[in-house]
Design a protein around this ligand. Structure first.
Ligand SMILES: [Zn+2]
Ligand SMILES: [Zn+2]
Length: 497
């Protein structure tokens, strides 16, 4: 049974839907669409994959909209054939934002909910299109008792592509309370943008030098639902780049996600903040499923395997991934140059593989555990991308700022522009290269894999030895500390006896 539900659709399909559902005569219209499931650890998303447009005589438009059983059966047939579920969308021409289900719509959708699941094997998804602002409300019809189908309301509907527009169900995720701590933020983009921005569930994958800066910015901006993913422990060599980390954190073997959660709790300007910590990699099954619960992901990792997993989440599961990276040229121990990148992986935009952010050949090398094998690393040439580790706080700050700007542009579309392409910044020349084209021809990510969700034929998750080892060490250290602490307390008490 689905308890938490969401719908995601690409901007290109959303445009086709708007063209069809906005009738010149102002009447209501309807359409059947196909969907595939994307199952996260707590939430299920219906990914809208195609339209089954009505043909002449399929609809009866008379103030409210009705359709013939031929149209329904034809659409259900196509859905079953393509291994998809069926969703029904009807329009409220003058509606705005989230449209709730009224009594007439309830009865209409309930009348074919049972038949839909029988014909397609998947529950009926109902959606209402708000004609005035092209937003959606949605629900999924599930069987609660014999011949009794009840709608479970979605928490949001996400339109993903050049722009990222999320419409929230105010009943399930209420707009944030106004606080006196966001006066300047609101003066920049207004209350309307803030209530959408603050409710996004954002995952930060990798809470190292770049990720920690992203966490700080998101918490200050008032985002109230954040998930952090990192299996690493804070070490002395992190201290010159890791915001908020202290000597004491290193001595206590604290997890980086613990530092991130502590920082977000302190920095938040929201009245309430929900933080979930995952001491896992996104390539571990649990981490991947939890990442699929997010509306948007920040990729602050520097390894090929997690990047490949995030690339799959961006295209197969329609979760935009704001990625970046830093490359420092310090041959011979002198700073010769530095570059950092920032871009968003999402349908219609170039993917991380096409941008050269990882080499697919290196993914299998990492899966075999070789990147954590000192002998393998030593065998690589000195300037091999897998070997170069130079980085400084200042470049991390630049990369984090560039990623945050990509995020803000995609969500708020300043002056109507949501996509400024992929950026490559050069320190030595002070210039920026821009790539506006999408994926290379033949790329599977923004091709066959798009919106496949749970039906994706490739598996990118697996056991991660370094992550497992880090967690074991932390548990052992925590145990050692608690034993020592108990001994100190007991010794202290015995002095008084
Ligand atoms: Zn209606
Ligand atoms: Zn690509």
């Amino acid at each position: 049974m689905i308890t938490r539900f969401s719908v995601a659709v690409t901007t290109s399909i959303a445009r086709r839907l708007t063209r069809h559902l906005r009738r010149a005569d102002g009447q209501e219209d309807c359409v059947f669409v196909l969907w595939r499931p994307s199952t996260g650890s707590r939430r299920t998303t219906a990914l809208i994959v195609d339209l089954v447009l009505p043909e002449d005589g399929d609809r009866i438009v008379h103030g409210t909209v009705d359709f013939t059983s031929e149209y329904f059966l034809r659409a259900a047939d196509i859905a079953a054939e393509r291994d998809c579920g069926l969703a029904f969308i009807h329009a409220h021409p003058r509606g705005r934002r989230w449209q709730r289900l009224n009594d007439i719509d309830y009865a209409a959708e309930a009348s074919f909910a049972a038949q839909t699941i029988t014909l397609t094997g998947l529950p009926l998804v109902g959606m209402t299109f708000a004609g005035a602002d092209a937003r959606y409300g949605a629900r999924v019809w599930q069987r609660h008792a014999p011949r009794t189908y009840v709608p479970t309301e979605a928490e949001n509907v996400r339109v993903v592509g050049d722009r990222f527009t999320v419409t929230f169900n105010d009943t399930l995720i209420p707009p944030p309370e106004a606080t006196n701590r966001q006066v300047r933020t609101l003066s920049a983009w207004g209350q309307g943008a803030q209530i959408d921005l603050a409710r996004l569930h954002v995952g930060v994958v990798g809470t190292g030098s770049v990720g920690m800066l992203v966490v700080e910015a998101l918490a200050r901006t008032g985002l109230q639902n954040l998930s952090f993913f990192d299996f690493d422990t804070v070490e002395y060599l992190n201290l010159d780049r890791l915001l908020h980390a202290t000597d004491r954190d290193v001595r206590l073997h604290r997890a980086k996600v613990d530092i991130a959660a502590r920082a977000a709790q302190r920095a938040t300007t929201a009245a309430k903040i929900y933080i979930t910590k995952y001491e896992t990699s996104v390539v571990e099954p649990e981490g991947f499923a939890a990442a699929a619960d997010c509306d948007l992901l920040f990729s602050c990792v520097d390894r090929p395997w997690p990047r490949a997993a995030l690339n799959l989440l961006a295209y197969a599961h329609l979760i935009p991934v704001v990625d970046g990276g830093i490359s420092v040229d310090a041959r011979g121990g002198r700073l010769r140059g530095a570059e950092w990148r920032a871009h968003v992986a999402a349908p219609g935009r170039a993917c991380l593989e096409c941008l050269g952010q990882y080499d697919p050949a290196h993914v299998s090398v990492e899966r075999d555990g070789l990147l954590d094998d000192p002998a393998y690393i030593k065998g690589l040439s000195v300037d091999h991308p897998l070997r170069r580790k130079e980085n400084v706080f200042i470049f991390s700050a630049s990369a984090a700022a560039a990623q945050l700007n990509q995020f803000l542009t995609m969500v708020t579309a300043p002056s109507g522009i949501a996509d400024t392409g992929a950026h490559l910044y050069h320190l030595t020349t002070g210039t920026v290269d821009q790539r506006l084209e999408g994926c290379d021809a033949g790329c599977p990510y923004d091709g066959q894999l798009r919106a496949l969700g749970d039906h994706t034929p490739v598996s990118v998750t697996g056991p991660h030895r370094a992550a497992e080892a880090a967690r074991v060490t932390r548990r052992r250290e925590a145990h050692r500390w608690s034993t020592r602490l108990r001994r100190v307390v007991e010794d202290g008490l015995s002095n008084y006896r």
